[in-house]
Design a protein around this ligand. Sequence first.
Ligand code: PLA
Length: 460
Amino acid sequence: MASSVLSLASATPSASLSFHGIHKGKSNLGGINKEKTNTFIKAKSFGRTSMVVASIVSRFEGITMAPPDPILGVSEAFKADNHELKLNLGVGAYRTEELQPYVLDVVKKADKLLLEKGENREYLPIEGLAAFNKVTAELLFGADNPVIKQQRVATVQGLSGTGSLRLAAALIERYFRGAKVLISSPTWGNHKNIFNDARVPWSEYRYYDPKTVGLDFEGMIADIKAAPKGSFILLHGCAHNPTGIDPTPEQWEIIADVIQEKNHVPFFDIAYQGFASGSLDADAASVRMFVARGMEVIAAQSYSKNLGLYAERIGAINVVCSSPEAAARVKSQLKRIARPMYSNPPVHGARIVADIVGDSTLFNEWNAEMEMMAGRIKNVRHKLFDSLSSKDKSGKDWSFVLKQIGMFSFTGLNKAQCDNMTNKWHVYMTKDGRISLAGLSLAKCEYLADAIIDSYHNVS
Ligand code: PLA
């Protein structure tokens, strides 16, 4: 029987009466029909009286169960597994060699300094912390980039990469009604949700070629060319998620040519600056090249990975405009979008970023730690490749693992094979075949290689 249950536990019988009174006459208990609210049970246990009211119909009856999130849901399933060899390679979160979450030393230092300063907790302005907005744009475009000097960048602090993308999506929906966003196939699972929720139409451009386990560059160019003029082309600034395959610098130039010819707007999602190669500048090269061509560019940033500030929700949306006046107007509208959504952003992560980037000693320490993290992931990537190559006697070429960059490896395993990875080997990963190497240790590479080889060869 479909039912909703209201339960009260109280220390005194009088509570029972008062609830009964409410039930009888006065209150509208979420639309519960009195006729149908027919079960009223009193039970005594440990001196407490508990009452259960069961009704047949809930006003939320029509709401169906949402499926678990394809990425964050994996962590929930992982937690529920008690197997000692279990591995969580689902979400892209950096772990130490001991597979523990990692708080950067430089973040701990900045935190301590912040505590000593004892700053207040008043609201930030809608656009966020001024010192953060300044350094974040400088970090992305380069401090001496003319677009910054000319005040042509509208920068607004966002709720990390996701929230920043969502602001840009809302801007597109409001001011470019009907314009399409083109996203890569495949892409980070949440991109489609973000544009769907913002009611922005999107379609896909070819990106990954399963035959070569590489970039389908011709397909990508053809699809960008075929898109209606003035479309927004979503590009991963570096370390493409989930494939780990980035265009070469020469290919980036051709992509920019086509986008320019078609009067499209390049829209960068750069969630891994510094984390892909270990260098903040190298990882921002794609974005800077488009800007150097004089193009108007949108770019969403995140500090989840490169500073390990996942839960602080710190990032930014930048819109590079062709005039400072346009940038000021765009910024005013981004603020107008943010205000009714969440009013103003959280301060703590913004202060950490501003203090680290703004202080040369802390900045250098950050760079060293980022190199260390990127380096650990590269080591694990090599060890996994070695383990796969030495254990698999079938002659399969596993070198794609080495060619991919960033925190993920796109294994090419299909859904059934991924299910085998989880059900038989307790390796938790997303169903598109992506594994997060940031969640892998050198010690676990051989075990993972066994799991991959078994799933690849023995499950069709
Ligand atoms: N853009 C891309 C390409 C991402 O991979 C992610 C995070 C984000 C934006 C947003 O991250 P943020 O909101 O924390 O800044 N992707 C993760 C986590 C690491 C997730 O799905 O939320 C992933 O596992 O793919």
